[in-house]
Write a protein that binds this ligand. Sequence first.
Ligand code: ZN
Length: 215
Amino acid sequence: MSTNAIKDVSKRIVKASRELYDHGLVRGTSGNISAKIPGTDTFLIKPSGGRMEFLKPEELVLVDLQGNKIRGELDVSVETPIHAAIYRTRKDVQAVVHTHAPTATAFGIAKTEILPLQVEMFMLLPNGVPVVPFKQPGSKALAEAVQKKMADYNAVILENHGIVTVGSTIEAACNFNEMVEEAAKIQLLAMTLAGRDALNLAKLKEKFKTQNTVE
Ligand SMILES: [Zn+2]
């Protein structure tokens, strides 16, 4: 395994972690992030505890796709089973980001899916963001429930917990995380103004499809 590849991925994870903090998606010791080492069945993940904004490259832990530690001084993040389960089934995924983004997390508490009400959001998340029913943090049951849902989505809400997003790059997974929080904020405002009338996904699909048709 190339040391340079590990260094490169570490640097990008640390930069992304700082940005997640700067954008208000993580606070305190909440949240975690991981990314695969290209061409291998291993990934680097944030250690347990510690704050995302102070994360250092050397603190990241290298693990295999079963979540077993290969290299690193610190313990792995408690949510490592979620990350490992996603990488085992989604070969296209190179990075996983878990945060407690506040508005999106509130949607999970209300057991309400997030819909792509805004047209560009629709291109990114055409089927919205579903809610995975509550399971204890760090449990195998939670990892399995997320893995199953992630077969069809790039972002999910964990009921009474937070959100998980994936991407073909670290930057894409972070972008999804930010966009899910933005979509949640927009939906909250739209529901305040238009009530549940604004929430018809079938109608939205029809509207956005029609507008994209070249005549
Ligand atoms: Zn969490």
